[in-house]
Design a protein around this ligand. Sequence first.
Ligand code: SAH
Ligand code: SF4
Length: 363
Amino acid sequence: MAGGPPSILDLTRDELRALVFSWQFSPVHAGRVWSYIYLAGVTRFAAMPEVPARLRARLESALALPHPAVAREAHSSDGFTRKYLLALGDGHRVETVLMRFTGRATACLSSQAGCAMGCVFCATGQLGFQRQLTAGEIVAQALHVDRVLREHGRGGPLARAESPSPHERHERLRNVVLMGMGEPLANYEAVMRAVDILRNPNGPGIGARRITLSTVGVVPGIVRLADEARPIHLAVSLHAATQAERAALVPVARRWPLDALLEACRYYVEKQQRRIFFEWALIAGRNDTPEQAHALGRLLRGLRAQVNLIPLNPTAGYDGAPTHQTAARHFQDILATHGLPSTVRQRRGLDIAAGCGQLAGGG
Ligand code: SAH
Ligand code: SF4
């Protein structure tokens, strides 16, 4: 993004093979380079001894192998969450979160620096839009998290309690959520390219079903995702069950109104034969009443759906309060009467502002 040679992290494995072949080297070497980067976590072409020196020199002059510097890092007192403020080549900063509370390492990746969507309760939205991330910059965040897991290795503070398989040198990154800074469907090409690189079985090997993309409700993006063969999970940030209430929280709802959004969701479920997750930030006295729970139940009737309730996380620019646990449970009970399954997302990492909607690129 900052000029200079293109990043090798922007390339799929096939593209790298084709490039290396076009330089008159065997594509086998491209496979080795790929393994060095994605399996061994190597960050310099010079540290790839099994790659012919002439090819290394060619790579060195034609491509960059960037790895963002950690401008700041924070470890949550709950021991499950770590947040990294990563500096990109041009000085922009994005946040990446490592979460281990599901028993498996999950990376929460940013898709944009800042965000243009302006959701009132979101720190990234309060920041405004800075720029799109490239596929390589999204991939680099996952590689960073994988490196952290590698560095801590077995026996370190991030090690698993049970003994890992002998083939596993360290705990690998298993899950990815595109729920960091930015709106992934407003950066569709780069995000999907990154997803394809992360899914590559010879590389990071993160299965499509271990990747979840969360969108504010970019209707054309949902339709496009429905039409493509990329079976990742989709989460849609709903937050309100009527157009007026939603538009007050999520300004972009004026561009893609609730009925158009639901229509796109129905199309997605039908085409992909997969349910959709609907996210709902629970804001005390705002969208957590029994009436709203019933309205949500009615809105999603007949749709294969699951609701993820997220008690509001505090941000500087919004003074709403999170719904109390008891009220959240009551909300869930009402959804259940509509046959709608739901979960309340665990609140982690709040002491380091690593919770949903708290990422503002400031550390
Ligand atoms: N732009 C995408 C993904 C990033 S936000 C989207 O909006 O879906 C990830 C999730 O956190 C979204 O569901 C978002 O609505 C939610 N969120 C944002 N701010 C929040 C806050 N202060 N408290 C709880 N959830 C929040
Ligand atoms: Fe952007 Fe998502 Fe935050 Fe809305 S909630 S401002 S879409 S990052």
